[in-house]
Design a protein around this ligand. Structure first.
Ligand code: SF4
Length: 269
């Protein structure tokens, strides 16, 4: 869990110049992201080393930061879930009711939620799964997807997170694909990825469903004839009708972290 009990505790440590060097619009936005565990204090260049050390922010930043416990935030989302009739949202969320619980597939695995917001699954529920899932249940409008794939920064609010997204999502995922290409392909299949018709002449074109109405198209081009490899993720143009951009970012960053960990554990170069 973030060591802070609320965002204002973080905010008090900032210089409040709203300089945007951290790629957030304001210091308050940065404080909120630190509180939620999405950012680290040491990503604000204006905080003194002493303060960072005090809050352990001098530790090498690991991708697992996205998995930091965010219990307070999760509890808030769960409370909001309690006011929803889960039976009435099966269609729009793409879920089904099993034993009075709304059951939703995440990467092919069932996760159930009861009317109190408690989650049940055979898989380990990381924060990077639970927060986007709860946000999805709360936000999902269930409107038809457009079928048009766009890069992250072309999503309605994509630019807000684009610099972070590139650093923490596409760049490290490309590294995994470059280093462990076969394993990468296997992993994507393992998570119920579906091979699709080649997009943009990519060597690998796969669609993952981290949430039923949040598909992600992964395209990877292997190095060829002196050309560097390339990897890009694409999203349905209206995906933000189903999941807010912060949750999308959190979900994909978590997914990439998981890919990195599996690669390090099992990958053979
Ligand atoms: S870099 Fe630091 S001071 Fe500047 S906006 Fe971000 S948090 Fe505020």
């Amino acid at each position: 869990m973030s060591e802070f009990s609320n965002a204002m505790e973080v905010f008090k440590l900032l210089d409040k110049s709203n300089c945007r060097d951290c790629n957030e619009k304001t210091c308050l936005a940065f404080a909120g992201a630190v509180y939620q565990g999405l950012r680290h204090l040491n990503e604000c260049p204006k905080i003194s080393k002493e303060i960072i050390q005090q809050y352990n922010g001098d530790q090498p930043q690991e991708r697992s930061s996205i998995e930091l416990e965010m219990t307070g935030f999760v509890e808030d989302l769960k409370k909001q879930i309690q006011s929803i009739d889960l039976l009435s949202i099966t269609d729009k969320t793409g879920g089904r009711i099993v034993n009075n619980k709304l059951t939703i597939k995440i990467l092919g695995k069932d996760i159930s939620i009861d009317s109190q917001g408690n989650l049940y699954s055979d898989i380990h529920l990381h924060q990077w799964i639970t927060i986007p899932l709860l946000s999805y249940i709360l936000d999902c409008k269930g409107l038809p997807l457009s079928g048009k794939w766009v890069p992250f920064r072309e999503l309605k609010n994509g630019k807000t997170f684009a610099p972070l997204y590139e650093q923490r999502c596409e760049k490290p995922l490309k590294k995994v694909a470059d280093t462990y290409t076969d394993l990468f392909e296997d992993m994507v299949h393992l998570f119920n990825g579906r091979q699709v018709e080649k997009h943009y002449q990519a060597d690998i074109s796969l669609v993952l469903h981290p949430l039923p109405k949040v598909p992600i198209l992964i395209c990877y081009w292997k190095p060829d004839d002196g050309l560097e490899s390339s990897l890009h993720l694409f999203y349905d143009a209206v995906m933000e009708d189903n999941l807010n951009i912060r949750a999308v970012y959190s979900l994909v960053a978590g997914l990439v972290t998981m890919f990195e960990k599996i690669s390090l554990r099992h990958g053979v170069k």
